[in-house]
Write a protein that binds this ligand. Structure first.
Ligand code: GDP
Length: 307
């Protein structure tokens, strides 16, 4: 069973790890948000791709929730001593990845090819595809003006009130090679419990991806990021409030209504009307949780396909 999963970083990577526990790695393709990508100190940083590389290879720092385990900080400390910007944390091992990616991009390679190679180097059997090779930059209109994603997320810690989210460059971008095929040829497509507005919407803004999701013969199911009427973490709840969207599974179902066939929701939560749902405890703390939620998504997809 070939499964394609749409994902952002931390929350989404947990589900991708779950899929890898219940499926052969070669059957899993992750299409990853690159709207958070940015240039910092001349380096091309791809936060969500890196989170997947680190998480799926078992090299992520679990306690911290981002970056690598066994990291050292000489680069950042020296940078700080020299008066350089230290608002974005860059560990030594992490920097090596950014330097290599930047050099290879400068030499003319595509982000897709570089990512595919890094995936193999990290010993990951699944395919990781950036949503697009061209620059698509998530930006937020806020009460502090128009902010780039990392400025809003890291430097301002999601404090500004958001009135609108833009994906600069999306209209002119093409899906990266393999993205549309991965959606069209999958046996099931899963939308991970990533931030719908900051991690999944950038993907949907790349022309062709949303229509490929609507047209694929494969059942498309999403795992809701809402548990017990709350978002597990991050700015999802604050953002939904500011955008005037009710924090409920019905809102997630409505947000993806044109292309999902089903939604995996937490046990006690309200089901949206008119949509196939599966219930399980959707908080993914350990590997067993991740496998269970992944299996629930696959079972829901299979039941929809069998109808
Ligand atoms: P990203 O959007 O994939 O980069 O991931 P984040 O870590 O920012 O999480 C995004 C959203 O996913 C959060 O606001 C949560 O609501 C949701 N989320 C995170 N972890 C879990 C989980 O274990 N289960 C479920 N159902 N949702 C989660």
């Amino acid at each position: 069973m070939k499964v394609t999963v749409l994902t952002g970083g931390v929350g989404g990577a947990k589900l991708v790890l779950g899929l890898l526990r219940v499926l052969p790695a070669a059957d899993v393709t992750a299409i990853v948000n690159t709207g958070d990508d940015f240039r910092h100190l001349g380096l091309h940083v791809s936060p969500d791709i890196d989170t997947l590389l680190y998480t799926l290879s078992g090299k992520a720092n679990r306690a911290q929730g981002w970056g690598r385990e066994d990291e050292s900080w000489s680069f950042l400390e020296t940078l700080r001593d020299l008066g350089g910007p230290d608002w974005f944390q860059l560990g030594d091992r992490d920097v090596a990845l950014h330097v290599l990616r930047t050099a290879r991009l400068a030499a003319g390679e595509g982000l897709d090819a570089i990512t595919a190679d890094l995936t193999v180097r990290f010993g990951i059997g699944a395919a990781i595809l950036p949503m697009a090779n061209a620059r698509v930059a998530t930006q937020l209109e806020t009460d502090e003006g128009l902010l780039d994603f990392q400025h809003y997320f890291v430097a301002r810690r999601c404090v500004p009130r958001v009135s609108r989210i833009l994906f600069d460059g999306a209209e002119a971008a093409l899906p990266a090679p393999g993205v549309l095929e991965a959606i069209a040829r999958a046996d099931a497509v899963v939308v991970a419990p990533s931030n719908p507005f900051l991690s999944i919407d950038p993907l949907l803004a790349v022309p062709g991806i949303r229509s490929a999701l609507a047209e694929t013969k494969a059942p498309v199911v999403a795992v809701s990021p809402i548990i017990g009427g709350k978002a597990v973490k991050g700015p999802t709840a604050k953002l939904m409030d500011e955008l005037g969207i009710r924090l409920a599974n019905a809102s997630i179902a409505a947000h993806y209504a044109d292309f999902i066939d089903g939604l995996v929701i937490d046990q006690g939560d309200d089901a949206p009307d008119g949509m196939a749902v599966a219930r399980t405890a959707t908080l993914m703390r350990d590997d067993e949780d991740k496998a269970r939620v992944a299996q629930a998504a696959l079972d829901l997809a299979a039941s929809i396909a069998g109808r």
